[in-house]
Design a binder for this molecule. Structure first.
Ligand code: ATP
Length: 607
Protein backbone atom coordinates (compact mmCIF):
# COMPACT_ATOMS: atom_id res chain seq x y z
CA UNK A 1 0.00 0.00 0.00
CA UNK A 2 1.25 3.45 -0.81
CA UNK A 3 2.04 5.82 1.97
CA UNK A 4 -1.23 7.65 2.25
CA UNK A 5 -2.20 11.10 3.28
CA UNK A 6 -4.30 10.90 6.37
CA UNK A 7 -5.28 13.98 8.18
CA UNK A 8 -4.09 14.16 11.76
CA UNK A 9 -2.24 10.87 11.41
CA UNK A 10 1.01 12.75 11.01
CA UNK A 11 1.47 16.35 11.96
CA UNK A 12 5.00 16.69 10.59
CA UNK A 13 6.70 15.97 7.29
CA UNK A 14 8.84 12.89 6.80
CA UNK A 15 12.35 13.27 5.39
CA UNK A 16 11.15 11.88 2.10
CA UNK A 17 8.34 14.43 1.93
CA UNK A 18 10.72 17.24 2.79
CA UNK A 19 13.11 16.14 0.08
CA UNK A 20 10.35 15.92 -2.52
CA UNK A 21 8.65 19.17 -1.60
CA UNK A 22 6.43 20.21 -4.47
CA UNK A 23 7.22 23.42 -6.28
CA UNK A 24 4.15 25.52 -5.59
CA UNK A 25 3.62 27.94 -8.43
CA UNK A 26 0.75 30.24 -9.29
CA UNK A 27 0.09 27.93 -12.23
CA UNK A 28 -0.32 24.95 -9.91
CA UNK A 29 -2.69 26.81 -7.60
CA UNK A 30 -4.71 28.08 -10.55
CA UNK A 31 -4.98 24.54 -11.85
CA UNK A 32 -6.18 23.23 -8.48
CA UNK A 33 -8.71 26.06 -8.31
CA UNK A 34 -9.94 25.23 -11.79
CA UNK A 35 -11.38 22.02 -10.35
CA UNK A 36 -13.16 23.93 -7.58
CA UNK A 37 -14.44 26.72 -9.78
CA UNK A 38 -17.52 24.97 -11.19
CA UNK A 39 -18.77 24.61 -7.62
CA UNK A 40 -18.16 28.17 -6.40
CA UNK A 41 -21.82 28.74 -5.47
CA UNK A 42 -21.91 25.72 -3.20
CA UNK A 43 -18.54 26.72 -1.76
CA UNK A 44 -19.83 30.17 -0.92
CA UNK A 45 -22.71 28.56 0.97
CA UNK A 46 -20.24 26.39 2.88
CA UNK A 47 -18.24 29.46 3.80
CA UNK A 48 -21.31 31.24 5.16
CA UNK A 49 -22.36 28.10 7.05
CA UNK A 50 -18.91 27.81 8.64
CA UNK A 51 -18.96 31.43 9.85
CA UNK A 52 -22.44 31.02 11.33
CA UNK A 53 -21.56 27.71 12.96
CA UNK A 54 -18.43 29.18 14.57
CA UNK A 55 -20.34 32.09 16.03
CA UNK A 56 -23.22 29.94 17.26
CA UNK A 57 -20.99 27.35 18.85
CA UNK A 58 -19.07 29.97 20.85
CA UNK A 59 -22.19 31.67 22.17
CA UNK A 60 -22.87 29.07 24.93
CA UNK A 61 -19.40 29.84 26.37
CA UNK A 62 -20.32 33.51 26.50
CA UNK A 63 -23.72 32.77 28.07
CA UNK A 64 -21.90 30.86 30.84
CA UNK A 65 -20.63 34.23 32.12
CA UNK A 66 -24.17 35.62 32.31
CA UNK A 67 -25.37 32.45 34.07
CA UNK A 68 -22.67 32.89 36.69
CA UNK A 69 -23.03 36.67 37.16
CA UNK A 70 -26.78 37.17 36.81
CA UNK A 71 -28.08 33.70 37.72
CA UNK A 72 -25.76 32.33 40.37
CA UNK A 73 -24.16 35.39 42.00
CA UNK A 74 -27.25 37.58 41.43
CA UNK A 75 -29.41 34.68 42.65
CA UNK A 76 -31.88 35.19 39.80
CA UNK A 77 -33.44 31.85 38.78
CA UNK A 78 -35.34 33.28 35.78
CA UNK A 79 -32.18 34.67 34.32
CA UNK A 80 -30.34 31.41 34.94
CA UNK A 81 -33.01 29.39 33.15
CA UNK A 82 -33.16 31.93 30.34
CA UNK A 83 -29.45 31.62 29.60
CA UNK A 84 -29.47 27.84 29.96
CA UNK A 85 -32.28 27.65 27.40
CA UNK A 86 -30.56 30.12 25.12
CA UNK A 87 -27.30 28.15 25.32
CA UNK A 88 -29.22 24.97 24.46
CA UNK A 89 -31.00 26.64 21.56
CA UNK A 90 -27.88 28.08 19.95
CA UNK A 91 -26.11 24.72 20.33
CA UNK A 92 -28.95 23.05 18.44
CA UNK A 93 -28.84 25.72 15.73
CA UNK A 94 -25.03 25.46 15.48
CA UNK A 95 -25.26 21.69 15.08
CA UNK A 96 -27.94 21.93 12.42
CA UNK A 97 -25.80 24.36 10.48
CA UNK A 98 -22.87 21.96 10.81
CA UNK A 99 -24.95 19.15 9.32
CA UNK A 100 -25.82 21.34 6.37
CA UNK A 101 -22.18 22.37 6.02
CA UNK A 102 -20.88 18.81 6.01
CA UNK A 103 -23.52 17.74 3.51
CA UNK A 104 -22.49 20.53 1.15
CA UNK A 105 -18.86 19.78 1.75
CA UNK A 106 -19.19 16.10 0.95
CA UNK A 107 -21.34 16.90 -2.06
CA UNK A 108 -18.72 19.24 -3.50
CA UNK A 109 -15.82 16.90 -2.72
CA UNK A 110 -17.58 13.91 -4.25
CA UNK A 111 -18.44 15.82 -7.39
CA UNK A 112 -14.89 17.05 -7.80
CA UNK A 113 -13.45 13.55 -7.37
CA UNK A 114 -16.08 12.23 -9.76
CA UNK A 115 -14.91 14.72 -12.40
CA UNK A 116 -11.27 13.90 -11.73
CA UNK A 117 -11.77 10.14 -11.84
CA UNK A 118 -13.61 10.30 -15.15
CA UNK A 119 -11.05 12.53 -16.78
CA UNK A 120 -8.19 10.41 -15.42
CA UNK A 121 -9.80 7.22 -16.71
CA UNK A 122 -10.33 8.74 -20.14
CA UNK A 123 -6.75 9.97 -20.10
CA UNK A 124 -5.36 6.55 -19.14
CA UNK A 125 -7.39 4.90 -21.89
CA UNK A 126 -5.65 7.19 -24.34
CA UNK A 127 -2.18 6.23 -23.12
CA UNK A 128 -0.17 4.03 -25.47
CA UNK A 129 0.45 0.34 -24.86
CA UNK A 130 4.05 1.05 -23.78
CA UNK A 131 2.73 3.03 -20.82
CA UNK A 132 1.02 -0.07 -19.47
CA UNK A 133 3.95 -2.37 -20.13
CA UNK A 134 6.47 -0.06 -18.47
CA UNK A 135 4.43 1.15 -15.47
CA UNK A 136 3.59 -0.86 -12.43
CA UNK A 137 -0.08 -1.77 -12.59
CA UNK A 138 -0.40 -1.14 -8.84
CA UNK A 139 0.83 2.44 -9.31
CA UNK A 140 -1.71 3.12 -12.02
CA UNK A 141 -4.54 1.81 -9.86
CA UNK A 142 -3.30 3.81 -6.85
CA UNK A 143 -3.43 7.04 -8.87
CA UNK A 144 -6.97 6.23 -9.96
CA UNK A 145 -8.28 5.19 -6.58
CA UNK A 146 -6.55 6.28 -3.40
CA UNK A 147 -4.79 9.39 -4.74
CA UNK A 148 -8.00 10.83 -6.09
CA UNK A 149 -9.84 9.87 -2.90
CA UNK A 150 -7.31 11.92 -0.98
CA UNK A 151 -8.38 14.95 -2.97
CA UNK A 152 -11.79 14.44 -1.43
CA UNK A 153 -10.22 14.41 2.03
CA UNK A 154 -8.31 17.59 1.31
CA UNK A 155 -11.53 19.34 0.41
CA UNK A 156 -13.74 17.96 3.17
CA UNK A 157 -11.13 18.07 5.92
CA UNK A 158 -8.27 20.40 5.22
CA UNK A 159 -9.98 23.20 3.37
CA UNK A 160 -13.06 23.48 5.51
CA UNK A 161 -11.19 22.90 8.75
CA UNK A 162 -8.81 25.77 7.97
CA UNK A 163 -11.71 28.15 7.41
CA UNK A 164 -13.60 26.88 10.41
CA UNK A 165 -10.56 27.03 12.72
CA UNK A 166 -9.63 30.52 11.65
CA UNK A 167 -13.22 31.66 12.17
CA UNK A 168 -13.45 30.05 15.62
CA UNK A 169 -10.20 31.71 16.68
CA UNK A 170 -11.22 35.12 15.39
CA UNK A 171 -14.61 34.97 17.10
CA UNK A 172 -13.05 33.70 20.36
CA UNK A 173 -10.35 36.38 20.36
CA UNK A 174 -12.84 39.17 19.67
CA UNK A 175 -15.00 37.93 22.54
CA UNK A 176 -11.99 37.63 24.87
CA UNK A 177 -10.55 41.06 24.04
CA UNK A 178 -13.94 42.61 24.61
CA UNK A 179 -13.93 41.24 28.15
CA UNK A 180 -10.35 41.88 29.17
CA UNK A 181 -7.20 42.47 27.10
CA UNK A 182 -4.75 41.19 29.71
CA UNK A 183 -6.47 37.82 30.08
CA UNK A 184 -6.95 37.58 26.31
CA UNK A 185 -3.22 38.16 25.71
CA UNK A 186 -2.38 35.59 28.36
CA UNK A 187 -4.60 33.10 26.50
CA UNK A 188 -2.77 33.73 23.21
CA UNK A 189 0.54 32.95 24.91
CA UNK A 190 -0.66 29.89 26.82
CA UNK A 191 -2.35 27.89 24.07
CA UNK A 192 0.59 27.26 21.71
CA UNK A 193 2.84 26.32 24.64
CA UNK A 194 0.71 23.28 25.31
CA UNK A 195 0.02 22.41 21.72
CA UNK A 196 3.56 22.35 20.31
CA UNK A 197 4.97 19.33 22.25
CA UNK A 198 2.32 17.04 20.73
CA UNK A 199 4.34 17.15 17.51
CA UNK A 200 7.18 15.10 18.95
CA UNK A 201 4.79 12.37 20.10
CA UNK A 202 3.40 12.32 16.59
CA UNK A 203 6.84 11.46 15.22
CA UNK A 204 7.29 8.39 17.43
CA UNK A 205 3.84 7.18 16.57
CA UNK A 206 4.47 7.70 12.90
CA UNK A 207 7.61 5.60 12.79
CA UNK A 208 5.60 2.80 14.40
CA UNK A 209 2.79 3.32 11.91
CA UNK A 210 5.27 2.97 9.08
CA UNK A 211 6.61 -0.26 10.51
CA UNK A 212 3.05 -1.54 10.77
CA UNK A 213 2.38 -0.54 7.19
CA UNK A 214 5.48 -2.33 5.92
CA UNK A 215 4.44 -5.44 7.79
CA UNK A 216 0.92 -5.16 6.44
CA UNK A 217 2.36 -4.98 2.94
CA UNK A 218 4.35 -8.13 3.63
CA UNK A 219 1.27 -9.94 4.87
CA UNK A 220 -0.69 -8.81 1.83
CA UNK A 221 2.14 -10.10 -0.32
CA UNK A 222 1.99 -13.50 1.37
CA UNK A 223 -1.79 -13.62 0.90
CA UNK A 224 -1.61 -12.49 -2.70
CA UNK A 225 1.00 -15.04 -3.60
CA UNK A 226 -0.27 -18.03 -1.71
CA UNK A 227 -4.01 -17.56 -2.16
CA UNK A 228 -3.92 -16.78 -5.88
CA UNK A 229 -4.91 -19.48 -8.32
CA UNK A 230 -1.41 -20.28 -9.53
CA UNK A 231 0.15 -19.69 -6.10
CA UNK A 232 -2.21 -22.13 -4.45
CA UNK A 233 -1.46 -24.72 -7.08
CA UNK A 234 2.27 -24.38 -6.39
CA UNK A 235 1.71 -24.63 -2.62
CA UNK A 236 -0.29 -27.80 -3.07
CA UNK A 237 2.05 -29.44 -5.54
CA UNK A 238 5.09 -28.81 -3.38
CA UNK A 239 3.33 -29.65 -0.10
CA UNK A 240 4.15 -26.25 1.32
CA UNK A 241 0.95 -25.72 3.34
CA UNK A 242 2.63 -26.01 6.74
CA UNK A 243 5.58 -23.81 5.87
CA UNK A 244 3.29 -21.17 4.42
CA UNK A 245 1.06 -21.28 7.49
CA UNK A 246 4.09 -20.92 9.78
CA UNK A 247 5.29 -17.99 7.67
CA UNK A 248 1.91 -16.34 7.88
CA UNK A 249 1.57 -16.92 11.63
CA UNK A 250 4.98 -15.37 12.25
CA UNK A 251 4.14 -12.22 10.31
CA UNK A 252 0.70 -12.07 11.88
CA UNK A 253 2.14 -12.27 15.38
CA UNK A 254 4.71 -9.56 14.66
CA UNK A 255 1.81 -7.42 13.49
CA UNK A 256 -0.23 -7.66 16.68
CA UNK A 257 2.85 -6.85 18.77
CA UNK A 258 3.44 -3.74 16.72
CA UNK A 259 -0.21 -2.74 16.80
CA UNK A 260 -0.26 -2.87 20.59
CA UNK A 261 2.94 -0.84 20.76
CA UNK A 262 1.51 1.65 18.29
CA UNK A 263 -1.69 2.19 20.23
CA UNK A 264 0.20 2.66 23.48
CA UNK A 265 2.85 5.02 22.08
CA UNK A 266 2.53 8.47 23.51
CA UNK A 267 -0.24 7.49 25.94
CA UNK A 268 1.94 8.42 28.92
CA UNK A 269 3.14 11.56 27.31
CA UNK A 270 -0.41 12.58 26.62
CA UNK A 271 -1.42 11.94 30.21
CA UNK A 272 1.35 14.26 31.42
CA UNK A 273 0.47 16.78 28.75
CA UNK A 274 -3.22 16.88 29.56
CA UNK A 275 -2.36 17.33 33.23
CA UNK A 276 -0.24 20.30 32.29
CA UNK A 277 -2.80 21.72 29.94
CA UNK A 278 -5.21 22.02 32.84
CA UNK A 279 -2.71 24.55 34.18
CA UNK A 280 -3.88 26.96 31.44
CA UNK A 281 -7.30 27.61 33.04
CA UNK A 282 -5.66 27.82 36.47
CA UNK A 283 -3.41 30.59 35.20
CA UNK A 284 -6.43 32.49 33.90
CA UNK A 285 -8.18 32.03 37.27
CA UNK A 286 -5.04 33.21 39.07
CA UNK A 287 -4.39 36.30 36.94
CA UNK A 288 -8.15 36.97 36.67
CA UNK A 289 -8.47 36.67 40.44
CA UNK A 290 -5.56 39.04 41.00
CA UNK A 291 -7.09 41.59 38.65
CA UNK A 292 -10.55 41.18 40.13
CA UNK A 293 -9.46 41.39 43.75
CA UNK A 294 -6.68 43.96 43.53
CA UNK A 295 -7.12 46.12 40.44
CA UNK A 296 -9.99 45.94 38.03
CA UNK A 297 -13.43 46.62 39.36
CA UNK A 298 -15.15 45.98 35.99
CA UNK A 299 -14.13 42.34 35.73
CA UNK A 300 -16.77 39.92 37.05
CA UNK A 301 -16.55 36.26 38.09
CA UNK A 302 -18.65 35.43 35.06
CA UNK A 303 -16.12 37.14 32.77
CA UNK A 304 -13.33 34.97 34.13
CA UNK A 305 -15.46 31.85 33.60
CA UNK A 306 -16.10 32.93 29.99
CA UNK A 307 -12.36 33.41 29.49
CA UNK A 308 -11.62 29.89 30.71
CA UNK A 309 -14.40 28.41 28.57
CA UNK A 310 -13.15 30.23 25.46
CA UNK A 311 -9.56 29.20 26.17
CA UNK A 312 -10.50 25.53 26.16
CA UNK A 313 -12.16 26.04 22.76
CA UNK A 314 -8.93 27.36 21.30
CA UNK A 315 -6.65 24.33 21.77
CA UNK A 316 -7.99 22.34 18.84
CA UNK A 317 -8.08 25.12 16.25
CA UNK A 318 -4.57 26.26 17.20
CA UNK A 319 -3.32 22.70 16.99
CA UNK A 320 -4.79 22.28 13.51
CA UNK A 321 -3.56 25.63 12.30
CA UNK A 322 -0.02 24.87 13.45
CA UNK A 323 -0.19 21.91 11.07
CA UNK A 324 -1.47 23.88 8.11
CA UNK A 325 1.94 23.97 6.49
CA UNK A 326 2.17 20.19 6.65
CA UNK A 327 -1.29 19.71 5.19
CA UNK A 328 -0.60 22.29 2.54
CA UNK A 329 2.66 20.72 1.38
CA UNK A 330 1.14 17.27 1.38
CA UNK A 331 -1.90 18.41 -0.58
CA UNK A 332 0.22 20.21 -3.13
CA UNK A 333 2.46 17.13 -3.46
CA UNK A 334 -0.64 15.07 -4.13
CA UNK A 335 -1.93 17.46 -6.78
CA UNK A 336 1.52 17.64 -8.37
CA UNK A 337 1.59 13.85 -8.55
CA UNK A 338 -1.86 13.69 -10.08
CA UNK A 339 -1.20 16.47 -12.57
CA UNK A 340 2.03 14.77 -13.63
CA UNK A 341 -0.15 11.83 -14.61
CA UNK A 342 -2.65 14.03 -16.41
CA UNK A 343 0.19 15.67 -18.30
CA UNK A 344 1.70 12.50 -19.68
CA UNK A 345 1.54 12.73 -23.40
CA UNK A 346 -0.51 10.05 -25.13
CA UNK A 347 2.27 9.60 -27.68
CA UNK A 348 0.19 7.49 -30.04
CA UNK A 349 -2.66 9.69 -31.14
CA UNK A 350 -4.51 10.83 -34.21
CA UNK A 351 -2.64 13.29 -36.39
CA UNK A 352 -4.40 16.37 -37.68
CA UNK A 353 -6.82 15.52 -40.46
CA UNK A 354 -6.41 11.78 -39.88
CA UNK A 355 -8.04 9.74 -42.63
CA UNK A 356 -11.03 7.69 -41.55
CA UNK A 357 -10.70 4.32 -43.21
CA UNK A 358 -14.18 2.92 -43.76
CA UNK A 359 -13.15 -0.30 -45.47
CA UNK A 360 -9.60 -1.29 -46.26
CA UNK A 361 -8.63 -3.06 -49.43
CA UNK A 362 -6.25 -5.11 -47.32
CA UNK A 363 -2.97 -4.09 -48.94
CA UNK A 364 -0.25 -4.02 -46.32
CA UNK A 365 3.37 -2.99 -46.70
CA UNK A 366 6.33 -2.69 -44.33
CA UNK A 367 8.74 -0.20 -45.81
CA UNK A 368 12.23 -0.20 -44.24
CA UNK A 369 10.83 -0.50 -40.74
CA UNK A 370 13.16 -0.17 -37.74
CA UNK A 371 11.80 -0.33 -34.23
CA UNK A 372 13.11 -0.19 -30.66
CA UNK A 373 11.19 -0.27 -27.39
CA UNK A 374 13.91 2.05 -26.11
CA UNK A 375 15.27 4.86 -28.20
CA UNK A 376 18.82 3.57 -28.09
CA UNK A 377 18.27 -0.13 -28.74
CA UNK A 378 16.63 -1.32 -31.94
CA UNK A 379 14.74 -4.62 -31.79
CA UNK A 380 13.74 -4.66 -35.47
CA UNK A 381 16.01 -3.72 -38.37
CA UNK A 382 14.96 -2.88 -41.90
CA UNK A 383 11.84 -5.02 -42.16
CA UNK A 384 10.36 -5.05 -45.67
CA UNK A 385 7.46 -7.02 -47.02
CA UNK A 386 4.26 -6.58 -49.01
CA UNK A 387 0.94 -8.34 -48.74
CA UNK A 388 -1.87 -8.01 -51.23
CA UNK A 389 -5.51 -8.48 -50.39
CA UNK A 390 -6.16 -11.95 -48.95
CA UNK A 391 -2.51 -13.03 -48.92
CA UNK A 392 -0.88 -14.41 -45.86
CA UNK A 393 2.60 -14.36 -44.53
CA UNK A 394 4.10 -16.73 -41.94
CA UNK A 395 6.69 -15.37 -39.59
CA UNK A 396 9.02 -17.90 -38.03
CA UNK A 397 12.16 -17.62 -35.97
CA UNK A 398 13.71 -18.36 -32.62
CA UNK A 399 12.19 -17.08 -29.40
CA UNK A 400 12.86 -13.38 -28.77
CA UNK A 401 13.66 -12.76 -32.46
CA UNK A 402 11.03 -10.02 -32.74
CA UNK A 403 8.07 -11.84 -34.31
CA UNK A 404 5.38 -10.48 -31.96
CA UNK A 405 6.97 -7.06 -32.13
CA UNK A 406 6.52 -6.95 -35.93
CA UNK A 407 2.83 -7.77 -35.53
CA UNK A 408 2.23 -5.25 -32.73
CA UNK A 409 3.15 -2.34 -34.99
CA UNK A 410 0.15 -2.75 -37.30
CA UNK A 411 -2.61 -1.73 -34.82
CA UNK A 412 -0.16 0.95 -33.60
CA UNK A 413 0.38 -0.52 -30.16
CA UNK A 414 3.78 1.04 -30.83
CA UNK A 415 4.92 3.38 -33.58
CA UNK A 416 7.81 2.55 -35.88
CA UNK A 417 11.14 4.21 -35.06
CA UNK A 418 12.18 4.56 -38.73
CA UNK A 419 10.49 3.69 -42.00
CA UNK A 420 6.75 3.29 -42.39
CA UNK A 421 3.90 0.84 -42.52
CA UNK A 422 1.39 1.39 -45.29
CA UNK A 423 -2.19 0.22 -45.44
CA UNK A 424 -3.78 0.64 -48.89
CA UNK A 425 -0.75 2.81 -49.63
CA UNK A 426 -1.43 5.18 -46.70
CA UNK A 427 1.03 5.55 -43.82
CA UNK A 428 -0.89 4.11 -40.85
CA UNK A 429 0.12 7.13 -38.75
CA UNK A 430 -2.13 9.20 -41.01
CA UNK A 431 -5.14 6.95 -40.46
CA UNK A 432 -7.62 7.60 -37.68
CA UNK A 433 -6.61 5.11 -34.97
CA UNK A 434 -10.09 3.82 -34.17
CA UNK A 435 -10.85 3.23 -37.85
CA UNK A 436 -7.46 1.51 -38.29
CA UNK A 437 -8.03 -0.84 -35.36
CA UNK A 438 -11.53 -1.56 -36.63
CA UNK A 439 -9.92 -3.23 -39.66
CA UNK A 440 -7.61 -5.44 -37.61
CA UNK A 441 -8.29 -8.63 -35.70
CA UNK A 442 -5.76 -10.09 -33.30
CA UNK A 443 -5.66 -13.61 -31.97
CA UNK A 444 -2.85 -13.73 -29.47
CA UNK A 445 -1.26 -16.70 -27.75
CA UNK A 446 -2.37 -15.48 -24.39
CA UNK A 447 -6.09 -15.03 -24.88
CA UNK A 448 -7.61 -12.50 -22.50
CA UNK A 449 -11.20 -13.13 -21.51
CA UNK A 450 -13.17 -11.04 -19.03
CA UNK A 451 -14.69 -12.83 -16.09
CA UNK A 452 -18.21 -12.82 -17.49
CA UNK A 453 -20.28 -15.06 -19.72
CA UNK A 454 -19.09 -16.54 -22.99
CA UNK A 455 -21.74 -14.48 -24.75
CA UNK A 456 -20.52 -11.19 -23.26
CA UNK A 457 -16.93 -12.06 -24.13
CA UNK A 458 -17.91 -12.74 -27.72
CA UNK A 459 -20.05 -9.63 -28.05
CA UNK A 460 -17.10 -7.52 -26.90
CA UNK A 461 -16.05 -7.67 -30.55
CA UNK A 462 -19.44 -6.55 -31.85
CA UNK A 463 -21.99 -5.39 -29.32
CA UNK A 464 -24.93 -5.46 -31.75
CA UNK A 465 -24.27 -8.89 -33.26
CA UNK A 466 -27.35 -11.07 -33.62
CA UNK A 467 -27.65 -14.51 -32.02
CA UNK A 468 -27.29 -16.12 -35.49
CA UNK A 469 -24.13 -14.17 -36.25
CA UNK A 470 -22.65 -15.19 -32.93
CA UNK A 471 -23.49 -18.85 -33.36
CA UNK A 472 -22.24 -18.80 -36.93
CA UNK A 473 -18.88 -17.41 -35.81
CA UNK A 474 -18.62 -20.06 -33.12
CA UNK A 475 -19.43 -22.81 -35.60
CA UNK A 476 -16.72 -21.59 -37.94
CA UNK A 477 -14.32 -21.50 -35.02
CA UNK A 478 -15.29 -25.10 -34.09
CA UNK A 479 -16.30 -24.06 -30.62
CA UNK A 480 -20.11 -24.03 -30.87
CA UNK A 481 -20.51 -27.73 -30.00
CA UNK A 482 -18.31 -27.29 -26.98
CA UNK A 483 -20.33 -24.29 -25.77
CA UNK A 484 -23.76 -25.81 -26.13
CA UNK A 485 -22.64 -28.84 -24.16
CA UNK A 486 -21.87 -26.66 -21.17
CA UNK A 487 -24.73 -26.62 -18.62
CA UNK A 488 -25.38 -22.93 -19.15
CA UNK A 489 -24.31 -22.82 -22.80
CA UNK A 490 -23.48 -19.33 -23.98
CA UNK A 491 -24.31 -17.98 -20.52
CA UNK A 492 -21.49 -19.90 -18.82
CA UNK A 493 -19.15 -17.71 -16.83
CA UNK A 494 -15.60 -18.30 -18.04
CA UNK A 495 -13.91 -17.69 -14.67
CA UNK A 496 -11.12 -15.36 -13.76
CA UNK A 497 -9.28 -14.56 -17.04
CA UNK A 498 -10.94 -17.57 -18.62
CA UNK A 499 -9.19 -20.00 -16.31
CA UNK A 500 -12.09 -22.41 -16.43
CA UNK A 501 -11.33 -23.14 -20.09
CA UNK A 502 -8.51 -25.09 -21.66
CA UNK A 503 -5.88 -23.35 -23.78
CA UNK A 504 -7.35 -24.72 -27.02
CA UNK A 505 -10.92 -23.75 -26.06
CA UNK A 506 -9.83 -20.26 -25.17
CA UNK A 507 -8.03 -19.86 -28.45
CA UNK A 508 -11.03 -21.06 -30.43
CA UNK A 509 -13.25 -18.64 -28.52
CA UNK A 510 -10.84 -15.89 -29.32
CA UNK A 511 -10.96 -16.92 -32.99
CA UNK A 512 -14.77 -16.79 -32.87
CA UNK A 513 -14.52 -13.31 -31.33
CA UNK A 514 -12.35 -12.13 -34.20
CA UNK A 515 -14.62 -13.78 -36.79
CA UNK A 516 -17.47 -11.80 -35.30
CA UNK A 517 -15.52 -8.60 -35.67
CA UNK A 518 -14.85 -9.66 -39.26
CA UNK A 519 -11.71 -7.62 -39.90
CA UNK A 520 -9.92 -7.44 -43.25
CA UNK A 521 -6.48 -7.71 -41.64
CA UNK A 522 -5.61 -10.53 -39.31
CA UNK A 523 -2.76 -11.00 -36.89
CA UNK A 524 -2.55 -14.48 -35.55
CA UNK A 525 -0.08 -15.67 -32.97
CA UNK A 526 -0.39 -19.44 -33.03
CA UNK A 527 -0.22 -21.29 -29.75
CA UNK A 528 3.04 -23.13 -29.23
CA UNK A 529 1.59 -25.85 -27.08
CA UNK A 530 0.85 -28.99 -28.99
CA UNK A 531 -2.69 -30.33 -29.00
CA UNK A 532 -4.13 -33.81 -29.47
CA UNK A 533 -5.35 -34.70 -32.92
CA UNK A 534 -9.05 -33.89 -32.28
CA UNK A 535 -8.28 -30.48 -30.83
CA UNK A 536 -5.72 -29.94 -33.58
CA UNK A 537 -8.34 -30.65 -36.25
CA UNK A 538 -10.76 -28.29 -34.58
CA UNK A 539 -8.17 -25.53 -34.46
CA UNK A 540 -7.15 -26.27 -38.03
CA UNK A 541 -10.66 -25.76 -39.37
CA UNK A 542 -11.07 -22.66 -37.17
CA UNK A 543 -7.91 -21.21 -38.63
CA UNK A 544 -8.92 -21.92 -42.20
CA UNK A 545 -12.17 -19.98 -41.70
CA UNK A 546 -10.18 -17.23 -40.09
CA UNK A 547 -7.53 -16.59 -42.72
CA UNK A 548 -9.78 -17.15 -45.70
CA UNK A 549 -9.98 -13.92 -47.69
CA UNK A 550 -8.15 -11.95 -45.04
CA UNK A 551 -4.73 -10.39 -45.30
CA UNK A 552 -2.97 -12.29 -42.57
CA UNK A 553 0.24 -12.17 -40.64
CA UNK A 554 0.72 -15.39 -38.78
CA UNK A 555 3.37 -16.01 -36.20
CA UNK A 556 3.53 -19.63 -37.09
CA UNK A 557 4.33 -22.62 -34.99
CA UNK A 558 2.57 -25.27 -37.04
CA UNK A 559 3.79 -26.81 -40.24
CA UNK A 560 0.41 -26.76 -42.00
CA UNK A 561 0.15 -22.97 -41.58
CA UNK A 562 3.66 -22.52 -42.88
CA UNK A 563 3.06 -24.72 -45.90
CA UNK A 564 -0.01 -22.73 -46.93
CA UNK A 565 1.62 -19.33 -46.47
CA UNK A 566 2.23 -17.15 -49.52
CA UNK A 567 5.60 -16.23 -48.10
CA UNK A 568 7.62 -17.28 -45.08
CA UNK A 569 9.78 -14.73 -43.31
CA UNK A 570 12.55 -16.11 -41.12
CA UNK A 571 13.41 -13.62 -38.40
CA UNK A 572 16.55 -13.68 -36.32
CA UNK A 573 17.77 -10.90 -34.03
CA UNK A 574 15.18 -8.52 -35.47
CA UNK A 575 16.17 -9.02 -39.11
CA UNK A 576 14.64 -10.95 -41.98
CA UNK A 577 17.43 -13.36 -42.74
CA UNK A 578 15.63 -15.68 -45.12
CA UNK A 579 12.38 -15.49 -47.06
CA UNK A 580 10.47 -17.56 -49.57
CA UNK A 581 8.37 -20.70 -49.82
CA UNK A 582 8.91 -23.80 -47.74
CA UNK A 583 10.75 -25.83 -50.39
CA UNK A 584 12.97 -22.95 -51.44
CA UNK A 585 14.01 -22.32 -47.86
CA UNK A 586 14.57 -25.96 -47.08
CA UNK A 587 17.07 -26.30 -49.92
CA UNK A 588 19.16 -23.44 -48.53
CA UNK A 589 19.96 -25.62 -45.52
CA UNK A 590 20.25 -22.64 -43.26
CA UNK A 591 18.33 -21.23 -40.24
CA UNK A 592 14.95 -22.28 -41.62
CA UNK A 593 16.11 -25.84 -42.15
CA UNK A 594 17.34 -25.92 -38.58
CA UNK A 595 14.02 -24.60 -37.28
CA UNK A 596 12.20 -27.11 -39.40
CA UNK A 597 14.27 -29.96 -38.04
CA UNK A 598 13.86 -28.91 -34.41
CA UNK A 599 10.34 -27.47 -34.24
CA UNK A 600 8.04 -27.97 -37.18
CA UNK A 601 8.95 -31.49 -38.14
CA UNK A 602 8.13 -32.57 -34.61
CA UNK A 603 4.80 -30.78 -34.87
CA UNK A 604 4.20 -32.61 -38.14
CA UNK A 605 4.46 -35.98 -36.42
CA UNK A 606 1.94 -34.92 -33.86
CA UNK A 607 -0.58 -33.93 -36.47
P1 ATP B 1 8.51 -15.44 -28.73
O1 ATP B 1 8.50 -16.40 -29.87
O2 ATP B 1 9.26 -15.98 -27.56
O3 ATP B 1 7.20 -14.87 -28.39
P2 ATP B 1 9.24 -13.10 -30.33
O4 ATP B 1 10.07 -13.44 -31.50
O5 ATP B 1 7.81 -12.84 -30.54
O6 ATP B 1 9.47 -14.18 -29.18
P3 ATP B 1 9.29 -10.45 -29.26
O7 ATP B 1 8.27 -10.67 -28.22
O8 ATP B 1 8.91 -9.67 -30.46
O9 ATP B 1 9.95 -11.83 -29.68
O10 ATP B 1 10.54 -9.74 -28.56
C1 ATP B 1 11.65 -9.24 -29.29
C2 ATP B 1 12.61 -8.56 -28.32
O11 ATP B 1 12.01 -7.41 -27.76
C3 ATP B 1 13.00 -9.45 -27.16
O12 ATP B 1 14.39 -9.26 -26.93
C4 ATP B 1 12.19 -8.94 -26.00
O13 ATP B 1 12.91 -9.08 -24.80
C5 ATP B 1 12.00 -7.46 -26.35
N1 ATP B 1 10.70 -6.96 -25.86
C6 ATP B 1 9.49 -7.49 -26.07
N2 ATP B 1 8.51 -6.74 -25.52
C7 ATP B 1 9.13 -5.69 -24.92
C8 ATP B 1 8.68 -4.54 -24.18
N3 ATP B 1 7.37 -4.32 -23.94
N4 ATP B 1 9.60 -3.68 -23.73
C9 ATP B 1 10.92 -3.88 -23.98
N5 ATP B 1 11.40 -4.92 -24.67
C10 ATP B 1 10.54 -5.83 -25.15
Amino acid sequence: MKEGFKRNSRNFLTEEELKNRPKVTIKLIKRVLSYLLPYWKQMLLVFIAIILASIFSLLPAIYTGRMVDEGLIGKNLDSLIKFILLAFLVTVVANLIKVLESYLNIWIAQHITYDMRNSMYAHLQAMPHSFFTSNNQGDIITRMTSDISQVQQIITNTLSSIISNVMTLIVALIAMYQKNWILATLGIIIVPLFVLPTKSVGKTRWSLTRETQALNDRINGILNETLSVSGQMLVKLFNREDTELANYQKANFALIKLKIKESMAGRWFRVVLSTFSSIGPMLIYLVGGLLLINYDQDLSVGDITVMVALLSRMYNPVNSLLNIQVDWIRSMALFTRLFAYYDMDPTIKNCDNAIILRQTEGRLEYDHVDFGYDQDKLVLHDINFKLNKGQNIAIVGPSGAGKSTIASLIPRLYDVTNGRILLDGIDIRNINIASLRQQIGVVSQDTYLFNSTIRENLLYAKADASEEEMIDACKKASVHDFIINLPLGYDTIVGNRGLKLSGGEKQRLSIARVLLKDPKILIFDEATSSLDSIAENAIQSAISSLIKERTSIIIAHRLSTILSADEILVIKDGRIIERGKHEELLIKNNVYTELYQTQFKEALYQQ
